[in-house]
Design a protein around this ligand. Structure first.
Ligand code: HEM
Length: 397
């Protein structure tokens, strides 16, 4: 039932296929339970917003983090209610990220010297992990970044393949490396919590879980989005040249409103939405169009499948940033990179701003080109990740 490729189980391909085989709501089974993929924007609006109280997903444990967020961090997650103080925090976060982008540009050029290249996803995740720990919790966790990123990547493979593939016994080596990966994430979360001021030598499991989840929310999707954007630009040199020109004119500065940059990021988030699936559980029965949804069913909206649906988008699989320069390119709820309704990403606007700042910092200093023409496809893990990898060369401009 599930397409498995050399890279392992491919859930994004599974949902994309499913969305093409059925109508507005496609029924299937997930781990023996009735499950539904919602394919129409109108039904997605009901699940995520209009009748969201019937569609549950585990709430983010914000309360566990009260007192641990740096002022700047809590401001980042209160964007919807931006006051003066919040705007200041945003400006200072943008400056921090512009400096990080400048350092990354230098590093990427050095790594590319003498025939070298950059493993873009890994390097960006390392960078973003450290920046998010600094911005949200006010701590320097850069020495833990590589380990945390590798541990998450390992754990993702187990999630994708289903833990039941391993026996779960203490002696099972596959299960053991999964447990080790989770333990490493947990230790890092405990260190961040303690450094941010959590009381006591023993940080509670709830707090460790909340910190871990917040770090993951904060760096994983942003780094994935930037990685896909650089991948697309390296393979579309005329768009890249136009963007270099826009950046050189000073776009991306605090007051700038760079139209092409915004359009490129929007199109990249359309083709490769890092949060590629939004999953809910139906608390009570419901009806979506002609489909009965029983209580307890799993109900999912896939931004990835929705963003590539030929009924909703012209030339859906092509990279055409221009579509975002001419007003709204699709009907409401057909474009959902940050979700919708009460559970919409609280940092959606700020994430776009951060992506702009980082991209400008890189493009003002480097030219970017693909290492080779090896095909790269998306794989649906915790975020939509490139497989086998995005390898690029950066040269000083
Ligand atoms: C390009 C970057 C990002 C993308 C595409 C993204 C996407 C999303 C989406 C789609 C959701 C909703 C999930 C659902 O409905 O089930 C979400 C939730 C969330 N995101 Fe983001 N996000 C990004 C960056 C960030 C950043 C930088 C932070 C933190 C600073 C963050 C923090 C959160 C949190 C805490 C939630 C949980 C909200 C809740 O359930 O109350 N995200 N994100």
């Amino acid at each position: 039932m599930f397409p498995t490729t050399k890279g392992g189980r491919d859930w994004a391909a599974f949902y994309l296929n499913l969305s093409r085989t059925g109508g507005d709501v496609v029924a299937y089974r997930l781990a023996g339970r009735p499950a539904f993929l919602v394919n129409s924007p109108a039904h997605a609006a009901r699940v995520l917003e209009g009748h969201a109280s019937n569609y549950r997903s585990p709430a983010h444990p914000y309360a566990e983090l009260a007192g641990l967020y740096a002022d700047e961090g809590s401001a980042l997650l209160r964007l919807g209610r931006a006051g003066v103080e919040t705007q200041d925090a945003h400006r200072s976060a943008a400056r921090t990220l512009a400096e990080a982008g400048a350092r990354a540009a230098l590093l990427f050029c050095e790594l590319s010297e003498g025939g070298g290249f950059v493993d873009v996803e890994f390097e960006l995740k390392r960078l973003m992990f450290a920046e998010v720990a600094r911005l949200l919790f006010g701590v320097d966790a850069s020495h833990l970044a590589a380990d945390f990123v590798r541990a998450v990547a390992l754990a993702e493979e187990f999630w994708a393949d289903g833990l039941n593939q391993s026996s779960g016994e203490e002696t099972d080596p596959a299960g053991q490396s999964f447990r080790d990966a989770l333990a490493r994430q947990d230790e890092t979360a405990a260190w961040v919590a303690r450094s941010a001021g959590a009381d006591g030598a023993e940080v509670s499991p709830e707090t460790r879980g909340a910190v871990s989840r917040t770090l993951l929310n904060g760096y994983h999707a942003t780094a994935a989005a930037l990685c896909w954007t650089l991948h697309l630009l390296a393979r579309h040199p005329s768009t890249l040249a136009a963007l270099h020109e826009e950046c050189d004119r000073g776009a991306g500065s605090e007051s700038g409103s760079p139209p092409l940059l915004r359009a490129v990021l929007s199109e990249s988030l359309r083709l490769y939405p890092p949060a590629w699936i939004l999953s809910r559980e139906a608390l009570g029965s419901d009806r979506l169009g002609g489909t009965e949804i029983p209580a307890g069913a799993s109900v999912s909206v896939s931004p990835y499948a929705m963003h590539r649906h030929p009924r909703l988008w012209e030339r859906p699989s092509e990279f055409l940033p221009g579509r975002f320069l001419k007003g709204r390119p699709a009907e409401p709820f057909a474009y959902l990179p940050f979700g919708a309704g009460a559970r919409r990403c609280p940092a959606g606007n700020v994430a776009v701003r951060h992506l702009q700042v980082l991209l400008v910092a890189l493009l003002q200093r480097c030219r970017v080109e693909p290492l080779d023409d090896e095909p790269v496809r998306p794989r649906g893990l915790v975020s939509l990740r490139p497989h086998p990898h995005v390898r690029l060369r950066f040269r000083r401009r």
